[in-house]
Design a protein around this ligand. Structure first.
Ligand code: ATM
Length: 266
């Protein structure tokens, strides 16, 4: 007798089926269902609960990358994408503000230099408007399909730039975070950290400064301070990477985090 084929298939379909009951996993022997286990969908998941917390194994992970100007985000996002892809993981790379046509238009509004002053509340609401669109259109559907999402900036940028930089009250930002995201949070956030003057001198060689890049050193010091605080407050979620090291050392540090995340995939 030849080998018997046994397959375990886990479902991620219940992720956004608010309140519904769906099979959570099946055991197939020779392509016939031997056993299936029902799982009650978690109430509130449709409002954006962390997908990985809700469905367990074989699910996507939500990774975000953060940092001030000139930290090397683009290079290191490419490194993370290639590292995961080479291990057979389907990665959706996206960014904030942006990631959908509408959200990219909002990004353009936010970044353009203009004569009219942009009030901090206007800026904050535009950022969360773009985020709401991006989450529904890109992030949640990708995670629900079991893909990994790698996002260039997310709400930690809001805490850093609008909170630290502009001086917005953190509790008010948290209220908008809950409104827009429900309980959805990144599984892992890499914060690339660099001396502000060094980063700015790198970034300002690249192009004309946009509305954010033209901010003062003191503004970016406050932004960096919030990132450092966030990293210290929840080390299981954040990794602060010294982006002032040679690139190979930066990427070794990032790789260690990815290995841990992959090992814990369940
Ligand atoms: P990038 O240049 O990294 O794509 O970011 C665009 C700007 O958007 C960034 N500027 N700088 N310097 C910071 C800003 N931003 C916020 O201020 N709050 C946010 O929540 C996000 C996602 C971005």
């Amino acid at each position: 007798m030849g080998p018997i084929s046994i397959r375990l298939v886990a479902s991620t379909r219940s992720v956004y089926t608010y309140g519904a009951k769906r099979p959570a996993w099946w055991v197939f022997v020779e392509n016939k269902v031997l056993f299936k286990r029902k799982r009650k969908a978690v109430k509130g998941v449709g409002m954006g609960a962390s997908v990985s917390e809700s469905v367990g194994a074989n699910i996507g992970r939500f990774i975000t990358m953060e940092g001030t100007e000139g930290v090397g985000k683009s290079t290191n996002l490419g490194f993370v994408r290639d590292w995961l892809t080479s291990r057979g993981i389907h990665v959706v790379v996206t960014r904030e503000p942006g990631g959908t046509p509408l959200a990219e238009e909002i990004r353009h509004l936010l970044l353009s230099n203009r004569d009219e002053p942009v009030f901090p509340l206007t800026e904050l609401l535009l950022i969360f408007a773009a985020r709401a669109q991006h989450l529904e259109q890109v992030v949640k559907p990708a995670l629900a399909r079991g893909h990994w999402v790698l996002c260039d900036r997310f709400t930690d940028s809001t805490f850093a730039y609008q909170g630290g930089g502009r001086g917005f009250d953190r509790a008010q930002i948290r209220q908008l975070e809950t409104l827009v995201q429900g309980t959805l949070r990144p599984d892992m956030t890499l914060i690339l950290d660099i001396d502000i003057e060094l980063g700015l001198s790198r970034a300002r060689q690249r192009s004309e400064p946009d509305r954010f890049e033209g901010e003062t050193i003191a503004f970016f010091q406050r932004v960096r301070g919030v990132y450092q605080e966030l990293a210290a407050s929840a080390p299981e979620r954040y990794t602060l990477v010294d982006a002032g090291q040679p690139l190979a050392a930066v990427q070794e540090d990032i790789e260690q985090v990815l290995v841990t995340l992959l090992d814990g995939r369940g």
